[in-house]
Design a protein. Sequence first.
Length: 154
Amino acid sequence: MMTRINKVREKVNSLLLSMSDEEERRAAYIHLYGVSQISAMIAMKRSENIELAILSGMLHDLYAYIMMDRIDHAHKGAITAGKVLRELNLFTETEIKSIEDAVYNHSDKNRIDTPFDEILKDADIFQHYLCNSFNTFSKFKQMRINKVKKEFSL
Ligand SMILES: [Fe+2]
């Protein structure tokens, strides 16, 4: 498990290192690693696949950061995530599909998708919340934050 995570991490790190904007690069590391770790915690709590949750967190905004493109970034990002995973030749198509779907659906925060997809959505918002607790969030995002806090008795 660690080997596969490390292999993906190496690839993600090398892509992030190619970012020319230092500020954006720092933001990318903080957010991708933060979401990845929070995804792991939520997956543990919900008895979902921890390894795949860690990877979906790490990959979910990779496209948006390296291409500096937020437009439809979840859908485009699913393609990038799948490409990174397939190139490594360490994952089954079923595993890749789970991660692609989670990345593809992660911007649809007002919709409930599969339990695995929901981990990434909650982790994404919760990382923003922890990083900047004075942010005001939309109704659906705030509902997710409250749900996670309750789930973890916070
Ligand atoms: Fe994100």
